[in-house]
Each structure stands twice: as C-alpha cells, then as structure tokens.
Design a protein around this ligand. Structure first.
Ligand code: MLT
Length: 268
C-alpha cells in the first residue's frame, strides 16, 4: 500500500493512493479507524480505478489537533474535498462508512460538483439522540482524564462487530488494533464532531447523483431501518443488505461488500 502525504492549508494529510482509471474512488473511514479500513476495497478496485483513502485529521498519520473545537463533520468534509481538488481527482465516486457517511453526506450537499456517485455504508442522516450525545461527552471526559482508549475499544468492538463475525479468526483483533493505533486526541475530536453534527435528513432529496446504500444485516448502531430511511429520502437510491456483517460491513464481509460495490460501479 503506497502512503502519501500532502499539505492542505499547512496541515498534513496522509492518504493511500493506488491504481489508475476514472472515475476515481474516494473512501472515507469511520470512527475510530483510518485509511487502512479500506485495504481490501483498495486491493480489489485499484485494478480498474484510481483509489484514494485519506486518514481524517486526528487519525492514522494525518495532522492531530489538540483543540477539540477544530474537529467537525464539515471540517472533515473540507479535508476530503481539499484532497479531491489537490489531486485533481473529481468528480469522484465517494464512499463513506458510518462517520465517513456523515462526512460524505455533508460533502455532497455543499460540494456536489466533486461527486459523480455516492456510496453510503452503515450510516444515517439523523443527528445524535440526546442519550447518544451524552454518552459521547462521557467518553470525552474519560479520555481527557487519561482514561485508557483500550477500555472504550473493548465496548466498541463488541458494538460494531456482528454476531456472525465475532468468532472468526483475526477480525476482532484486527478491528481492535486499528482502533488502538489512533491517538486519544483524534478520538476526542471525532466524538466532538459526531456529537455536534447536524441532522441532514432535509438535504437528502437534493442528492442528484446515483446512490448506493449498504448496510450489514446485523448492524445495530446504524441498523437496516436507518439505511431504508436514507433510501426513502434520496431520489433513485438503491439498497443492498450485506449478509453476515454488522456495523463494519466492508471488513466483516469484504467479498459481498465488494460485489455490490462492483455491480454499482459497473452500472454507472
Ligand atoms: C463509526 O463507525 O464511524 C461510528 O460508530 C459512528 C457513530 O458512532 O456514530
């Protein structure tokens, strides 16, 4: 995997960039992951497309801000848009999973010219419920007070991995390792971004590009009902349910995730 860096407004952006061919595919990771979340998609699709996956600010090897006020869903979307422009990639097929989906929805609403097609995986358009926002605040307090991210990762792994994946060799360990490779400031910043994000349900009707919505059949964090709501709101959107997968469907069932994504790309 070839890792690159560039500077956007003086801030380091690290990204994976493989393959050749239009349209370019841009993959935006979820929380608390990094570009490596997309390794199997990059391996599959770089045969025909240029494939780019950034580390969002605070994750992987991109710049980490100590001030949580600098993290927001629109700020991450500006980072991804800046990368698309700096690399002259656009318009791209933009895929976002979970937090990456929140970011993709913000980006397509504000910068529609950069996106030719959209893939929303294991995500939703609604803001946090008051309970969810409170849980994130508690996690921020825990981490800021020097609490060990491994403690949070334990619960998160259980929440994101579906029951049909949990017993499979290596997946749980790989997911946990990806989470723990990130700096605590990145965790705190992303929790801030997700906790304060807007409800963008009202913007769905304006999405004017082909859209695929993907969800793991056992996703309990952004369940199939949330995916159906996206499909109901986005004109012409198409739903694919990935069997034997929970919230990180691209990691839990990469063969099926890649199959539905490949079919979507072939039909564009
Ligand atoms: C993610 O996978 O990005 C997170 O689970 C999303 C969230 O916590 O809302």
């Amino acid at each position: 995997m070839t890792r690159h860096t560039l500077s956007l407004d003086g801030r380091t952006v690290s990204y994976l960039d493989e393959g050749h061919g239009a349209p370019a595919l841009v993959f935006v990771h979820g929380f608390p992951f990094a570009a490596e979340q997309w390794r199997t998609q990059i391996d599959s699709f770089a045969v025909r497309h240029r494939v780019v996956a950034p580390d969002l600010f605070g994750f992987g090897q991109s710049e980490i801000f100590g001030d949580r006020g600098r993290y927001s869903i629109p700020a991450y979307a500006d980072q991804v848009a800046g990368l698309i422009e700096a690399l002259d990639l656009g318009p791209v097929v933009l895929t976002g999973l979970s937090m990456g989906g929140y970011i993709a929805l913000d980006l397509v609403a504000r910068r529609p010219g950069l996106v030719s097609a959209l893939v929303l995986a294991d995500t939703r358009s609604e803001a946090d419920s008051p309970d969810a926002a409170r849980r994130r605040s508690d996690q921020q307090v825990f981490l800021a007070g020097n609490g060990d991210p491994a403690t949070l990762a334990g619960g998160l792994v259980e929440a994101v991995i579906g029951p049909q994946t949990a017993g499979r060799d290596g997946v749980v360990e790989a997911v946990r390792a990806m989470m723990l490779a990130n700096d605590r400031q990145g965790w705190i910043g992303a929790l801030e971004a997700m906790r304060t994000r807007a409800d963008v349900t009202g913007t769905l009707g304006a999405i004017a590009v082909p859209t695929l919505v993907v969800v793991g059949e056992d996703d309990t964090l952004t369940p199939p009902a949330a995916a159906e709501a996206l499909v109901a709101g986005i004109p012409g959107a198409h739903l694919e349910v990935v069997p034997a997968a929970g919230h990180v469907s691209n990691l839990e069932n990469p063969a099926e995730f890649n199959r539905v994504l490949g079919a979507f790309l072939a039909a564009l």
